[in-house]
Design a binder for this molecule. Structure first.
Ligand SMILES: [Zn+2]
Length: 193
């Protein structure tokens, strides 16, 4: 599967170089050439608007490159809050329709440092500090791509799958979700200003 992807990329890159210009539909393809960083952005909001923020997601366009997830979320209470990436970017029913944690490998919930975890498991953030996470399973392309999925922030700490709660192996017993946002594609910093 990966080799097919690489072949497609080589063909795409060759075509781009051949005509010497950037395609107008480049937002549909990984940036190549001068910009080999993939970028995503998510605007998070709570239902009542009291919690909001923006997270950026950056990744060098290379297999197994980590993804840097960073930004600020305003309005969270002090202390630890679980943060995860849910399967769907569907906000039809607000944060209630984004589905379970993104889990393409059919694992149980865990800590970001665990080998056995949902791809979407990002652990905890401190409600009073900027978000600054580097993760080796979350990707912005390929099978583990989180593009179009949703970042969720919980009211309570994520127990990292380690407690006796029946929900521990599902969502870290961190529910309810208090804010969420869909991860969209972005190409350059120009999009953030
Ligand atoms: Zn999980």
């Amino acid at each position: 599967m990966w080799s097919l992807f690489k072949v497609a990329l080589v063909l795409w890159a060759t075509h781009t170089i051949a005509d010497g210009r950037i395609h107008s539909d480049s937002s549909q393809s990984p940036p190549m050439g001068g910009d080999q960083i993939l970028r995503g952005v998510a605007y998070l909001n709570s239902e009542d608007g009291s919690v909001y923020g923006r997270l950026r997601l950056d990744q060098f366009f290379a297999k197994r490159a980590p993804t840097h997830i960073y930004g600020n979320i305003t309005g969270l209470s002090a202390g630890q809050h679980g943060i995860a990436i849910a399967t769907w970017g569907n906000l039809t029913k607000g944060c209630g329709s984004v589905g379970p944690h993104f889990n393409p490998d059919l694992m149980t919930h865990g800590a970001p440092s665990d080998e056995h975890r949902h791809v979407g498991d990002l652990g905890n953030i401190n409600g009073q500090e900027p978000v600054d996470i580097t993760d080796h399973k979350v990707s912005l392309f390929g099978r583990n791509s989180v593009m179009g999925r949703a970042v969720v922030v919980y009211a309570r700490p994520d127990d990292l799958g380690k407690s006796e709660s029946g929900y521990s192996r599902i969502d870290g017993d961190a529910a309810p979700v208090i804010a969420c946002g869909v991860i969209g594609r972005s190409l350059t910093d120009e999009f953030y200003r």
